[in-house]
Each structure stands twice: as structure tokens, then as C-alpha cells.
Write a protein that binds this ligand. Structure first.
Ligand code: C2O
Length: 548
């Protein structure tokens, strides 16, 4: 591979959407941020200079960061933030991955405007395991707030209530013609007839899983989270925040005088209706004689699954299978050294004295937890603390392998929904084969939680609804061709079973990729110790690693 250099200047830029202009934190003044293009095996050297008042870190979501956790990015986990005026160089190699990933800020809610796609092409001369596309187009979904997202989450954490929802969903930063004042801010994809396009989809929304569809066109899913899958056709794609999916779009053999809308909208939420607050882009066929205005052409709209269509979500995720062939084997751990059972869900914290709070069940604060532990961000970065072997006062290694209080997760929740604060991690010896089950608690209503693991992909060996049954359910696990990915939606009112081999030393964050749930504490960290051999050890930190 070669070395590719990028310079990311974090700076303010005025951006107008929905007829509302505000100053936003950007990379190089671009919104959304620039795309990174590389090949498998390349080294990326990304120099980040912080010119804004906010503390910043960047994360390369889904990049394995083998032995290079210093470049992973989550604030106070992998590194201290890059402060105003400081520079940090993210330096890492892309090992064994090709496909679409994305990068985003990993501190507070800055990722609302600091994000962009990472396009990893196969090594030179290595073809895709599908027909070569005529063109490749990244489509990154996001959310736009007219307010400052930093103020939105700050206010929510102070009052204990839910944060204000965003004002629009976007495709490549553009809300599209169904929103007020946004016809000119529409993502437009011009296509030729009879060609195959590769769409590189990424869900960068903060708090919503999305359905995506293009009117009158079928999509073929070929890759998720930078791992090839067995191709399958579908009208609609389901994408949780953090997830990426590559699909092939075959354009029609003729040139219809028509305009096709592509649309995305949330899977679960009370907000927004299908027709007038949904992000739309336009698929426009190349016309020999361009019409005077696309307004004159018949417009076709896609039919998206209805709000809360869990049946669709389940069917879609069941279709995702690894290629599992000689060239792209699925190295599913066949034995397990350590089992974990973690509950994930919402809960409450008491309201501080002399205040009134807007959380659920009368004067509480919303909280979220893993196995009832609401993760408290440390004031020093965990990775450096681990490297220096000075955990005292920073973190404890006592996150239990199963929750202390167990209950019927689909029945009536216990009266006490209080979470416990703590910075608790799990420690794994190098090369431990891990199976962990994530169980939605349904305490404040059942919910699908998109859990993301840093530093690894995991295999999704099983999932189901209701309570996980450790006696019966493992018999049904798929250990042959389960999908391999870095972010998984825990089914609403259900569970998912995941396996990975802990062969990447470092400290690795795991959290709900709903930004509001992360803010409330639905996060934890795995500490993977070094192995005996030199190539099993975390490399030393770079000299410009920021200090807290
Ligand atoms: Cu995409 Cu920890 O993040």
C-alpha cells in the first residue's frame, strides 16, 4: 500500500439549510466533510488542526486500528481531546478491509456536522466479487438542527429530559424538496440508462435508524460495514446510525421521461410524517433533450415501510450473510472462552436537590446503561491510563459479566429503574474468544439500540425477541455464514448474540450509536491486554498525543 496524506482544518463555516443560517463546526469549511479515498493496505496520515473553541476528536468508524488504538479517536477513551490551537496526526493502516466506512467527530454532539465517507477500494488488481460498477456514488444520511446541537444536548443533560429532535434529515447534507425552503438544497444523482451504479450508503444521523428506497428501482445489497455479503435484492435498505451498506443500482434500459425520488425516513419515532418531512433526493435519467424544468416530469415516489415496521427490519437483517467462501472466509470463532450477557436500555437518575427535572416518572433524569451501569466519562483517556498501568482513580475492572439484577426483560419492569454510575470496564487476555449477548431491557419502553464496537468486527451469530435463553437459543446460532459488522441493532424487546476474537490489544469503546443514549451513559469499554509476541502488542503512543 501507499501512504495518503490529508489535512483536516477544524473551522467554523456559515451554512444555510431550511432558510436558516448558522455557523457550524466543519472540516476545511465543508459540510458534510470531505471524503477519504484509499485502498486496502494503504496508510492514512490525517493531520487535524483545531481552529475552533470546542475540544475536538475524530474517529474513523469501523477501521479496525490493529495495534493503533491511539488513532481511534473517542474522547477520553482513546485520547484526550485536541484543544483549541492544537494539532494531532491520526496515523493508521487499513488492514484487511475494503468497502464503505465513515469518519465523524467523537466528542459531545459535534458529529452532527463533522462527518464524511471513507471509501476503501480493494487492493490494485483485485476485483469486486460482483460486476464492476459504471460509477460509484457515496450517499451519507444525516440530521440537521436549526439550533446548535451542542446547546441541544447540554440543555437536555441539565434538565434531565429528552433533547429536541432535529429539524430535517439529509442526504449528503441536503434536506430535499419535501422540506420547507429546500428545493434548491436537493441531492441530485444524474444517471445513464442501462448502467450499474454502486451506492455507498452511510447513516450518520445522530438518533435515528432509517429506511431508504428509490422509486421503481431495486437495490442489490453487496456489502455492509466494509465486509462483503451474499448479494440480495431489496426495495428498501435499513441502516442504523453507524452502519454502512453498499448497494448496486441498475438503471432501466430506456430513458423514461420521469424523475424518481429516493427517500429516507426513520424506523421508529413519533416525529415527522412520510410526505412532508422526509429527506428526498432525485434520481434523474440523462435526457437527450433536457426538459425545461424537472417540474414538468412525472414524479415517482418510493413506498417505504411503515413507521415501526419491525417485521421488515427483522427480515432485512436475517438476509445479511457473509460470503463465507475461499477468498472471503468468515472466521467465526467456533469455541468460546468467555461469555458475557449485557443488558442495554434506558433508566433514570434522581433529580439533584433544589431542582426540578423533566425525565420520566415524575422529577427524574433520563439515564441509560449497560447492565445497569451508566458509564461516567473519565477525566483521563483510558487507553493511556491502561498503557501506563495507572487505572487507580480512573477506571475499575469490575463490570460484571452479567447484570447483578436480572428480571423478565419483556414483562413489567422493576419499580426501581435507577442506574448506578461508574467507569467500569471488562479486561480480556489477548486472543480471548468472546461471545456476548446484548439484551434490550424495555424498562422505559422497548427500543432498538444500535450498538457499535470499536477496534473489531463481530459476527452476529443469533438474534431473537423476548428474553435470551442461554439453554435453548445457542443451539440455533449460525456459526457458518453470519454477517460480520461493527454496529448492530439490538432487536426491539429482544437480544442479539455476537462473537469476536480479542486479537487487537488496546482499549475499545462500545456504545449505543444513538448519540442521546451515549450521552446518557449507554457505553462501556473493553480492555484487551497485549499478547506475548511483539506483533501482539499495542504500539507506543505518538509524541503529539494530546494531553488532558
Ligand atoms: Cu461511530 Cu464510537 O462511533
Amino acid at each position: 500500500g501507499i501512504t495518503r496524506h490529508y489535512k483536516f482544518d477544524i473551522k467554523l463555516q456559515n451554512v444555510t439549510r431550511l432558510c436558516h443560517t448558522k455557523s457550524v463546526v466543519t472540516v476545511n469549511g465543508q459540510f458534510p466533510g470531505p471524503r477519504i479515498v484509499a485502498r486496502e493496505g494503504d496508510r492514512l496520515v490525517i493531520k487535524v488542526v483545531n481552529h475552533v473553541q470546542n475540544n475536538v476528536t475524530l474517529h474513523w468508524h469501523g477501521i479496525r486500528q490493529i495495534r493503533s488504538g491511539w488513532a481511534d479517536g473517542p474522547a477520553y477513551i482513546a485520547q484526550c481531546p485536541i484543544q483549541t490551537g492544537q494539532t494531532y496526526v491520526y496515523n493508521f493502516t487499513i488492514v484487511g478491509q475494503r468497502g464503505t466506512l465513515w469518519w465523524h467527530a467523537h466528542i459531545s454532539w459535534l458529529r452532527a456536522t463533522l462527518y464524511g465517507p471513507i471509501i476503501i477500494l480493494p487492493k490494485r488488481g483485485v476485483p469486486y466479487p460482483f460486476a464492476r460498477p459504471y460509477k460509484e456514488v457515496p450517499l451519507v444520511f444525516g440530521e440537521w438542527w436549526n439550533a446548535d446541537p451542542e446547546a441541544v444536548i447540554t440543555q437536555a443533560l441539565q434538565t434531565g429530559g429528552g433533547p429536541n429532535v432535529s429539524d430535517a434529515y439529509t442526504i449528503n447534507g441536503l434536506p430535499g424538496p419535501l422540506y420547507n425552503c429546500s428545493a434548491k438544497d436537493t441531492f441530485m444523482m444524474k444517471v445513464k440508462p442501462g448502467k450499474t451504479y454502486l451506492l455507498r450508503l452511510a447513516n450518520a444521523a445522530l438518533n435515528d435508524e432509517l429506511f431508504f428506497s428509490i422509486a421503481n428501482h431495486t437495490l442489490t445489497t453487496v456489502e455492509v460495514d466494509a465486509v462483503y455479503v451474499k448479494p440480495f435484492e431489496t426495495d428498501t435498505i435499513f441502516l442504523a446510525p453507524g452502519q454502512t451498506t453498499n448497494v448496486l443500482l441498475k438503471t432501466k434500459p430506456y430513458q423514461p421521461d420521469a424523475t424518481f425520488l429516493m427517500m429516507a425516513r426513520p424506523y421508529v419515532t413519533g416525529k415527522g410524517t412520510f410526505d412532508n418531512t422526509t429527506v428526498a433526493g432525485i434520481l434523474q435519467y440523462h435526457h437527450p433533450k433536457p426538459p425545461i424544468s424537472i417540474k414538468n416530469l412525472p414524479l415517482f415516489k418510493p413506498v417505504l415501510p411503515k413507521l415501526g415496521d419491525t417485521t421488515f427490519v427483522t427480515n432485512f437483517s436475517n438476509k445479511l450473510r457473509s460470503l463465507a467462501n475461499a477468498q472471503y472466509p468468515a472466521n467465526v470463532p467456533q469455541h468460546v472462552d468467555r461469555h458475557f450477557f449485557f443488558t442495554v436500555g434506558l433508566g433514570t437518575k434522581p433529580c439533584p436537590k433544589n431542582r426540578t427535572c423533566q425525565g420520566p416518572n415524575n422529577n427524574t433524569m433520563f439515564a441509560a446503561s449497560v447492565s445497569n451501569v451508566s458509564f461516567v466519562m473519565p477525566t483521563k483517556a483510558l487507553l493511556q491510563t491502561h498503557y501506563l498501568q495507572q487505572p487507580n482513580g480512573v477506571y475499575t475492572t469490575v463490570l460484571p459479566s452479567k447484570p447483578v439484577i436480572q428480571f423478565n426483560y419483556t414483562g413489567t419492569p422493576p419499580n426501581n429503574t435507577r442506574v448506578i454510575d461508574g467507569t467500569k470496564v471488562v479486561v480480556l487476555p489477548y486472543n480471548t474468544s468472546v461471545e456476548f449477548v446484548l439484551q434490550d431491557t424495555s424498562i422505559l419502553g422497548a427500543e432498538n439500540h444500535p450498538l457499535h464496537l470499536h477496534g473489531y468486527n463481530f459476527f452476529v451469530v443469533g438474534q431473537g425477541f423476548g428474553n435470551f435463553d442461554s439453554k435453548k437459543d445457542p443451539a440455533k446460532f449460525n456459526l457458518v455464514d453470519p454477517v460480520e459488522r461493527n454496529t448492530i441493532g439490538v432487536p426491539v424487546g429482544g437480544w442479539v448474540a455476537l462473537r469476536f476474537l480479542a486479537d487487537n490489544p488496546g482499549v475499545w469503546f462500545m456504545h449505543c450509536h444513538f448519540e442521546v443514549h451515549t450521552s446518557w451513559g449507554l457505553k462501556m469499554a473493553w480492555v484487551v491486554n497485549d499478547g506475548k509476541l511483539p506483533n501482539q502488542k499495542l504500539l507506543p503512543p505518538p509524541s503529539d498525543l494530546p494531553k488532558c
